[in-house]
Every structure is written in C-alpha cells, then in structure tokens.
Design a protein. Structure first.
Length: 248
C-alpha cells in the first residue's frame, strides 16, 4: 500500500525533472540566438535603415536569416523589391515548419495566430526534438518567448549603438547572423540529398554573387532543391529499371 502511494509522487517528480530539462534547453537556445539580435541591429542601422524600421523588422518579421538577407542586400545597393523577394523566399521555410508543428502542438485555434509569429528555425528545432506533446509545447513556448523578447531588445540596443561602433563591415558583425543560422542548419543535413542541396545552394549563391545584383543570388540558390531532387529522382528510376531488367 505504501509503495502504491509513493508511485504517483515518483512519477510526478520525473515529469518535473523532464519539464525542467526542456526549459533549460529552450532557455539555452533562446539566449544564445537572441543575443545575435545585437548584430542585426548594428547591421541594419549601418545599411541605412532608421531605428523604427530596424525595430519593426524584428517585431513583425522575426526571422533572422530573412532579416539579415534583406538588410545585407540593401547595404550592397540592391533593389528593395529584389531584397524583399530574397528575404521572402528564405522565410518560406517557416511555413513548412508550421505544417509540422500544427500537428505536433495541436494548439487551440485562438492561440494559433499568435504562435505563428514564433514559428522559426529555433522553436521548430527545440519542439521537434521533444518526445511528448507536453514537452514540445513547453519547448516551443519557452524558446519563442525568450528569443522574441531578447532578439527585439538586442536589436534595439544594436541599432542605438551602431554609431559608437563605427564601420560594421570592419568588425565583421554582419556575419554573426548567418553564422548562427548555419550552425543550426548543419546538424539537420543528415541525408546525402540534403547535403547535396546545401552544397549546390552555396555554389550558386557564392558563384553568382559577383555577376548578379544584390539579392538575386539568394533567389538563384533556391533552385538547388528542385535540381537535386530531379536528378535524385532520375537516378532512382534508372537504378529501379536496371534492377527490374536483371530480375527478368
């Protein structure tokens, strides 16, 4: 009888430790990535955007890779429409995260429009790594809240401190955001096809950078996925046909 009474307490303690571990991991990701908002604030101000414009991008767009792509293209003298198009295509991946997270989190309809603002690489990575829906919701919420608050705060501080820092290119601060994005992306490239897409995208982006207007190489790099998938599909078809011929 004593054992049966103690069992719920043990289970509750285990759940508490699990929740604490999820919160700890989520806070680690949120703080680590949120601090790079300072680099965005400095880079954005250095590219000519005003303080309200810089803060509005972080408040409303809130997807670091797209924000850096936009201000980077503008700083390089790119057309605003081209820069916005490049940023848009980078942000499209969040829609695919949303499709997966909507099934995993199963949030109430009233909450979904607000949660959609937090659907980014980091929140998706933390939520998808969890074993249960409860832990996924905790990871998503803590990562989103921490990252959104810290990212916007450091964006403001970075934009205010841009004048004191001086030339952002000399400090290399504009590379901080892309570096964080690559660090998050690299562990996700597990299959040969995914690595091939990433490699071709790098080749297209860097190879076309000297010859195309700012922002266009990003759009061209998006062609890497359909090209690799097409070639992979043809290769699988060829292998299947050869196997069938041998079987005959």
């Amino acid at each position: 009888m004593a054992d049966q009474t103690a069992l719920p307490e043990i289970r509750a303690g285990a759940e508490d430790r699990t929740d604490a571990a999820v919160v700890r991991d989520a806070l680690g990701v949120g703080v680590a990535v949120g601090l790079s908002g300072f680099a965005f604030g400095v880079t954005s101000a250095g590219s000519g955007l005003t303080l309200p414009q810089t803060c509005a991008l972080s408040l409303l767009v809130f997807t670091g890779a797209s924000q850096f792509a936009l201000v980077g293209a503008l700083a390089a003298g790119g057309n605003p429409l081209t820069a916005a198009a490049g940023a848009f295509f980078l942000g499209v991946r969040n829609a695919f995260y949303g499709l997966r997270l909507s099934q995993l989190l199963a949030l109430p309809r009233a909450v979904r429009p607000f949660a959609a603002q937090w659907v980014i690489d980091e929140t998706a990575a933390v939520a998808l790594a969890q074993p249960t829906r409860r832990s996924a919701r905790i990871g998503f919420a803590v990562t989103g809240l921490t990252l959104y608050g810290l990212w916007n705060l450091t964006t403001l501080l970075g934009a205010l401190g841009a004048e004191a820092i001086g030339d952002t290119d000399a400090w290399g601060i504009d590379a901080a955001g892309p570096a964080v994005f690559l660090a998050l992306l690299a562990p996700m490239l597990k299959s040969t096809t995914e690595r091939a897409v990433a490699a071709l995208a790098v080749v297209l982006g860097l190879g076309l950078l000297p010859v195309l207007p700012a922002g266009v190489p990003v759009l061209a790099a998006a062609l890497a996925a359909p090209v690799v998938l097409f070639l992979a599909g043809r290769r699988r078809g060829t292998v299947r046909n050869e196997a069938e011929e041998e079987a005959r």
